[in-house]
Ligand binder design. Structure first.
Ligand code: NAD
Length: 410
């Protein structure tokens, strides 16, 4: 695994060009993804050595009670196109460290990143068959993976809709399933903060990966006292973003990988403006094509608009004014998604209260950046099941075995 991570780093330039060419993200972000992705292999290579069991103080005379951690068996993964490298190594790192072979079915939009990873795994000395990649039709390829009783665990990252389908399909053979699904992150900004710092945070949390990120700040709630100043500062920063081809060095926002994502952005903008939101849009060259969506700020968004109710997955920012802490936490939690939430405040008490009350798997206070190999990544409610990264991620690929050794006094 360490050799594989080293080869990924040595081939950062080639891998990043593949990622940008098939996914669309700016090259600098693609390079960051290679480093992020390699990090999971290194981290899990170390964590695999610490898959400790337990000894239980016995309730039975003359006996020793142990809990051992053992590999679950052959595993499968279905991965998305927005992080075509890191979402594979986050799963494969944990599976391999647990001692499990893994068969990966990448998104049809980004097969080459997955195949390049397989080539590097082979060069690193991964035994044949231990890391496999299947490219092709998602439904056709996932059916045998779901039906085969030799496959004991399935890990999926993607939409809640497909996650539900796979969960149902895995039920027949009672596989262990972990799901990383959609997000709809609330980003709460209180009027005690430094506006420039909060705007920088909101911009990073909204526009990374051109907005195609399940952690993206989908609903930016700003307290009324600083709302107008926040909108103005955000608009000024956003209109400086440059839309273009990911391989051009000045590009901040690339194309949407799938046309359907761009269409969803446009329909959310139409819906919001029809219902009274106001739109501010960055400069955009329409000749770039229909997959490109210019960064857009919608302000005075209300809870009945589509963008306040469902994930965007593109560079459209929804700014929503609020008055009190109780009001905003109720509105933030009033959704079936619960992946991540952000809080910007200078009050430690408020940060502690809100980090407790937010109904989501991950909370970031005063920072837009919080992921990486050591953290348990995952969601509450319909945002997922199980965790990736961290020691909890390793346990998704392991079974517990309880062993009772009796009659020790004989
Ligand atoms: P999607 O669910 O359509 O695709 C994800 C994967 O599922 C791909 O490999 C695809 O080929 C496969 N797939 C699609 N239909 C399938 C079917 N019927 N049977 C078997 N496999 C199938 O995802 P999308 O809509 O293209 O991607 C965006 C979504 O993914 C967003 O909702 C986003 O939040 C989510 N996502 C979540 C995370 C996370 O970590 N929680 C990360 C990235 C993306």
């Amino acid at each position: 695994m360490r050799a594989w991570a080293r080869l990924m780093r040595e081939h950062t330039d080639e891998l990043a060009i593949i990622v940008t060419s098939e996914q669309g993200k700016p090259l600098a972000e693609a390079r960051d993804e290679i480093a992020y992705g390699a990090g999971f292999l290194d981290w899990f290579a170390a964590e695999g050595e610490r898959a400790y069991g337990e000894t239980i103080p016995s309730h039975k005379r003359d006996s020793l009670l142990q809990v051992r951690m053992q590999p679950i068996g052959i595993t499968a993964a279905v991965t998305p196109w927005n992080f075509p490298v890191a979402m594979i190594t986050r799963k494969a790192g944990a599976a391999l460290a647990a001692g499990c072979p893994i068969i990966v079915k990448p998104a049809p939009e980004t097969p080459l990143s997955a195949l390049a990873l397989a080539r590097l795994a082979e060069q690193a000395g991964c035994p044949p068959g231990v890391f496999q990649v299947l490219v092709g039709d998602p439904v056709e390829l996932s059916k045998p993976l779901l039906d085969d009783t030799r496959i004991r665990a399935l890990s999926f990252t993607g939409s809640t809709e497909v996650g539900r389908l796979l969960l149902r399909g895995a039920a027949e053979s009672v596989k262990k399933v972990s799901l990383e699904l959609g997000g709809h992150a609330p980003f709460l900004v209180f009027d005690d903060v430094d506006i420039d710092k909060a705007v920088r945070g909101a911009m990073a949390a909204k526009f990374a990966t051109s907005g195609q990120d399940c952690l993206a700040a989908n609903r930016i709630y700003v307290q009324r006292g600083i709302y107008s100043a926040f909108v103005e500062t955000f608009a000024a920063a956003m209109t400086r973003l440059k839309v273009g081809h990911g391989l051009e060095p000045a590009t901040d926002i690339g194309p949407m990988t799938k046309l359907s994502v761009a269409q969803k952005c446009r329909s959310q903008i139409d819906d919001a403006t029809k219902k009274g939101a106001r739109a501010i849009c960055a400069k955009h060259d329409p000749s770039l094509g229909l997959n490109f969506v210019p960064p857009t700020l919608l302000h005075d968004v209300t809870d009945d608009m589509l963008i306040a109710r469902e994930e965007t997955f593109g560079p459209v920012a929804a700014l929503i004014p609020f008055d009190s802490e109780d009001e905003v936490i109720t509105r933030a939690n009033n959704n079936e998604m619960g992946l991540a939430g952000y809080v910007y405040t200078d009050s430690l008490r408020r940060a502690m209260r809100l980090s407790e009350r937010l109904e989501c798997g991950m909370v970031a206070v005063n920072t837009p950046s919080f992921t990486g190999p050591p953290i348990p990544f995952g969601g509450w409610k319909q945002s997922g099941l199980g965790r990736e990264g961290s020691r909890h991620g390793l346990s998704e690929y392991m079974e517990l075995k309880y062993v009772c050794i009796g009659d020790l006094a004989a």
